[in-house]
Design a protein around this ligand. Structure first.
Ligand code: GRF
Length: 208
């Protein structure tokens, strides 16, 4: 029998994060990594809006950041090919869409099969698409929340990893409700990354 191989050294998971806006979920992920709540590091942030909050947070947190302005690409596929080049160039294992306000294509999904996570501000499958917080308020439901899920081609679909419920109070505004949902997103997103990494064999459960 050949001698058994020594176990591969454990190394932190390399995360790529895509963000279009304020970047609070991006920062929550960086903090979770730095607090050892997640055996990972954010290796690269990609933004599509020059000067967005996420880009500013990356500078403050010392996380490498690349801009791919979608306005400079002729198609969604061309943008996604550029994203894949950057993410693979940074040797990223798993990608998190943390407020990525672009519809993604098979170019990106196929490059990170079961390794592409999205965070959405509703209890999916309710209130898919844009303005999910407004949709929940307009529908008059008393409970909404957030969902972290693996990304499939249909917008805001794919296996759900973690959800958190947020009750709607009478008198809630879009801003007050969105703020409470955000706090829950920051809590569940690192957990969802851990679960996605375990599901796809990137991490053993002992590493969690
Ligand atoms: C979050 O509410 C997320 O669910 C949605 O976009 C928002 C991003 O917020 N997809 P931030 O930029 O992370 O603060």
């Amino acid at each position: 029998m050949p001698p058994s191989q020594p176990p591969a050294p454990l190394r932190p998971l390399r995360l790529g994060v895509l963000a279009s806006g304020s970047g609070s979920n991006f920062e929550a992920l960086v903090e979770a990594c730095r607090a050892d709540a997640l055996p990972a590091e954010v290796a690269l942030l990609v933004v599509n809006n020059p000067g967005c909050g996420a880009e500013q947070r990356a500078a403050r947190l010392n996380v490498p950041c690349t801009l791919h302005d979608h306005r400079r690409y002729g198609s969604r596929e061309a943008l996604d090919r550029a994203l894949v080049d950057s993410l693979q160039g940074a040797a990223v294992d798993l990608v998190v869409m943390a407020g990525w306000m672009r519809i993604v294509t098979a170019e990106l999904i196929a490059a990170f099969p079961d390794r592409l996570v999205n965070i959405h501000p509703s209890l999916l499958p309710s209130f898919r698409g844009a303005r999910a917080v407004e949709q929940a308020l307009a529908a008059g439901v008393t409970l909404t929340g957030c969902s972290a899920h693996l990304v499939h081609l249909e917008v805001d679909s794919g296996p759900i990893l973690v959800q958190a419920a947020v009750p709607i109070a009478s008198g809630d505004t879009i801003e007050s409700l969105a703020a409470r949902i955000h706090r829950q997103e920051h809590r569940i997103l690192p957990l969802a990354v851990l679960l996605a990494a375990q599901r796809s064999g990137l991490l053993g459960s002992a590493q969690a």
